[in-house]
Design a binder for this molecule. Structure first.
Ligand SMILES: NC(=O)c1ccc[n+]([C@@H]2O[C@H](COP(=O)([O-])OP(=O)(O)OC[C@H]3O[C@@H](n4cnc5c(N)ncnc54)[C@H](OP(=O)(O)O)[C@@H]3O)[C@@H](O)[C@H]2O)c1
Length: 255
């Protein structure tokens, strides 16, 4: 299958490692040009070196409005059009209701919700110039079922889904497809950290979590990147306003 991504231009945020890196890698393997961002320059340099000359980086903390503007200014300077935007950020702090302060809520809102709003707003003019534009929001299985000890993720990520579904009506007719992916457990540093934090609180260890996944293992960032790359590609041209779980069957609901 030819994903028709050769020479197309993508912005993948929060991508020096983990899920974002998996998406950038899969896009580059399809000969797309990719700009990645993150906060730590050394990590971005390492990621870009491993992805090759189709990948460029820009240091940007997507929870800060000025950084989002600077990232899009950089993108505009590199390319006259964007074919796809993968919206991703670091995870909000774990914790239960008693443990989450007002400051955590506000920081979590800026990180998870406002980053998605601002990236979308600033990228739309460049996306409108593409003949196959697409935005893919990376959320979590937490939009379908709450996860233990992740109050902020459970509460804030559904806002992004609400925006995506609304925008699919508002800007779909202007030629921009929007979808969301909902990862379950994809093996990354963040998942390792959450497991360690949960274990310290006496929660199930990673083996017990894996036993609940029908496929019997966590996903890999390569597997996640391949799914996202398909959804961002012109071959997914009739998939719009959809949520796709990438969870090895972990979600138990019918719908
Ligand atoms: N892995 C999973 O199974 C899973 C499941 C559900 C949801 N998620 C969510 O998916 C997102 C990515 O998770 P991950 O597992 O890939 O995490 P990860 O392995 O920790 O990687 C996070 C990436 O995001 C960058 N980043 C973090 N905060 C940023 C910010 N404010 N602005 C720009 N870049 C930022 C990091 O680079 P710097 O630190 O240098 O900025 C790094 O490149 C998180 O929101 C996570 O909660 C993950």
């Amino acid at each position: 299958m030819n994903l028709q991504l050769d020479g197309r231009n993508f912005l993948v945020t929060a991508a020096s490692r983990g899920l974002g890196f998996g998406v950038a890698k899969a896009l580059v393997e399809e000969d797309a040009n990719v700009i990645i961002c993150g906060r730590n320059e050394k990590s971005l340099q390492d990621a870009t070196a491993s992805l090759g000359d189709k990948c460029q980086y820009f240091v940007s903390d997507v929870s800060h409005p000025a950084d989002v503007t600077a990232l899009l200014d950089f993108t505009k300077a590199q390319t006259s059009k964007l074919d796809g935007l993968f919206v991703n950020a670091g995870g909000p702090n774990p914790g239960t209701f008693d443990e989450i302060s007002d400051d955590d809520w506000i920081k979590g809102f800026n990180l998870t919700v406002m980053s998605a709003i601002r990236l979308t707003r600033e990228a739309i003019p460049l996306l409108k110039k593409s003949d196959a534009a697409s935005i893919l929001y990376s959320t979590s299985i937490s939009v379908k079922q709450p996860l233990d000890n992740l109050l902020l993720s459970n509460s804030l990520r559904p806002v992004v889904i609400g925006m995506m579904r609304t925008l699919s009506e508002e800007i779909g007719p202007k030629g921009i497809r929007l979808n969301a992916v909902c990862p379950g457990y994809i093996h990354t540093e963040r998942v390792e950290q959450l497991m360690a934090a949960a274990k310290a609180k006496g929660a199930p260890a990673d083996k017990e979590i894996v036993q609940r996944i029908p496929l019997g293992r966590m996903g890999t960032t390569d597997e996640f990147g391949n799914v996202c790359t398909f959804l961002l590609s012109p071959l997914a041209s009739y998939i719009h306003g959809a949520l796709l779980l990438v969870d090895g069957g972990l979600f138990k609901g019918m719908m």
